[in-house]
Ligand binder design. Structure first.
Ligand SMILES: *Cc1c(COP(=O)(O)O)cnc(C)c1O
Ligand code: SF4
Length: 367
C-alpha cells in the first residue's frame, strides 16, 4: 500500500496529485491524533496507549508528505523518530527544563529574543507543519494563541526600530512560513524599512517537512526583501528528496542563499556514515551546512541527546575526510542563555597551564 492510499484510508478520501502538491492540503491533512497514527500503522489504537499522555503535553503533527518518507512500522526509522510521539518525552532524567536557553529572559517585547549584540530573533508563531520531537522550543507548541499576530509583530518592529545596534533580524518560530503571506510580506518590508536593519534571515523547516510551501509566489515575495538568507533543518540524508531539492533550488534561484542547521540526534544522525551522507547530499543540492547543534537539555528531549564526545569524534573524522564545503560548525547553545559556543575538534594548542590537552588519538586513521 502506498502512502497516498494509507492517508486515503485515514481520511476516507482519494487523493489527487493536485491536492498532494498543494501545501494547504498537506497542512490541513496532517496526522494529528492517536486514531490517525494507529490507522497509518495498521494497529489498534489501544496499542498506542503509552503515547496518549505524551500527546496531552506535546501535540503531534505530521504532514502526509513527511509521513510518506518514513516507515511507520519501523521504530528505528530515523525520520519516524523525529516525528512520532515517544513515552520517553515525559521522563526528565537529566533534569531538563522547558527553556534551558533562558530565551524568555532576553525578550524586550514578547517573542523577540535579543541575546547577541547585532542580531535578534523574532518568534512569529508557535505553529509548525511537523512537530519535531527534538524541538528546543517545544514549550511553545501549546502557547500559540491565534489572532493578535499583527499587533505582536508591530511591537517587534518598533523594538527593532529603537535599537540601532540591530543590523540583522532572524524571523523564526515555529515556522514563519505558516503565518499569512501578506502578513509576512508586511513584516519583512517593515523591518527592511528600518535604516539600521541590513540583513534579514528566515529560519524554517518547511523545505524539509512541507516543501510545497515554497511556491513561485512566495519566492517572488521573498526576493523583494533581499538581502535575505534562509536556514532550514535537514537532519538525515533521506529528507533530501526530489521535492525538498526543488524547494531549495527555487529559493536559490530567487537569489536567497540556503543554509542548514542540523541537530545531532541519537538514533538519527549520531554516527559518521549517516552524517557524511547528509552533508554530501546537502553539498549536492547547494545547501551550505551552517551549524550542527548539540541537542539542548530541553524537557522532553533526553532520549535524543548524544554525548558531546560522540559529536566531537564525528566532527574530527569529517574534518579529516570530507570537503570543507560540507563542514558545519558544531556548537552548543549554553544553558542559562550564555549563547552559542563552538565545540572544536583538533584542539591541538597546548593548554596554558597543563601542557598538551589534546584529547583525541593523533594516530586516528583517515578512511
Ligand atoms: C542562534 C541565535 C541567533 C543567531 O546566531 P547566529 O550565530 O548568527 O546564527 C540569534 N539569536 C538567538 C536568540 C539565537 O539563539
Ligand atoms: S520545525 Fe523547528 S520550531 Fe518547529 S517543531 Fe521542528 S524544530 Fe521545532
Amino acid at each position: 500500500m502506498t502512502l497516498g492510499n494509507k492517508i486515503g484510508v485515514v481520511s476516507g478520501k482519494r487523493i489527487s496529485g493536485v491536492d498532494w502538491n498543494d501545501w494547504k492540503w498537506q497542512f490541513r491533512n496532517r496526522i494529528r491524533s492517536m486514531r490517525q497514527l494507529a490507522a497509518i500503522q495498521q494497529r489498534p489504537v489501544a496499542s498506542l496507549a503509552p503515547c496518549a499522555p505524551v500527546l496531552r503535553t506535546y501535540p503531534i503533527a505530521i504532514t502526509p508528505y513527511y509521513m510518506s518518507l518514513l516507515d511507520p512500522a519501523d521504530e528505528n526509522d530515523p525520520l519516524r523518530r523525529q516525528c512520532f510521539p515517544d513515552p520517553r518525552e515525559l521522563t526528565f532524567s537529566l533534569g531538563g527544563v522547558p527553556d534551558p536557553l533562558a530565551e524568555e529572559r532576553d525578550m524586550p517585547v514578547p517573542g523577540l529574543i535579543h541575546r547577541y549584540p547585532d542580531r535578534c530573533l523574532a518568534i512569529v508563531t508557535g505553529t509548525c507543519a511537523v512537530y519535531c520531537r527534538h524541538c528546543n522550543r517545544k514549550r511553545l507548541w501549546r502557547a500559540d494563541k491565534p489572532g493578535r499576530t499583527r499587533e505582536r509583530l508591530q511591537a517587534m518592529v518598533d523594538q527593532v526600530a529603537r535599537t540601532p545596534a540591530l543590523r540583522e533580524v532572524i524571523i523564526s518560530g515555529g515556522d514563519p512560513l505558516l503565518i499569512s503571506e501578506p502578513l509576512l510580506d508586511w513584516f519583512l518590508g517593515a523591518l527592511r524599512a528600518i535604516p539600521h536593519v541590513e540583513v534579514l534571515r528566515i529560519g524554517s523547516r518547511a523545505p524539509v517537512t512541507l516543501p510545497m510551501r515554497i511556491t513561485p509566489e512566495l519566492c517572488a515575495m521573498l526576493k523583494r526583501h533581499r538581502p535575505l538568507w534562509f536556514n532550514t533543518q535537514f537532519n538525515h540524508r533521506r529528507e533530501i528528496t526530489e521535492e525538498s531539492t526543488r524547494a531549495c533550488e527555487m529559493l536559490l534561484e530567487a537569489g536567497i542563499p540556503v543554509g542548514n542547521q542540523s541537530v545531532l540526534l541519537k538514533g538519527v544522525n549520531d554516527n559518521y556514515d549517516s552524517m557524511r551522507e547528509l552533508l554530501y547530499g546537502l553539498e549536492r543540492i547547494s545547501v551550505r551546512p551552517y551549524y550542527l547543534f548539540q541537542c539542548d537539555p530541553v524537557q522532553g528531549t533526553d532520549h535524543f541527546r548524544a554525548e558531546i564526545w560522540t559529536g566531537m569524534e564525528i566532527m574530527e573524522r569529517l574534518w579529516r575526510n570530507i570537503s570543507g564545503l560540507c563542514l558545519p560548525r558544531y556548537v552548543l547553545d549554553c544553558p542559562g542563555g550564555r549563547g552559542k559556543i563552538p565545540l572544536q575538534p583538533f584542539s591541538l594548542l597546548p593548554g596554558r597551564e597543563n601542557g598538551d590537552q589534546h584529547c583525541f588519538d593523533k594516530t586516528a586513521q583517515m578512511d
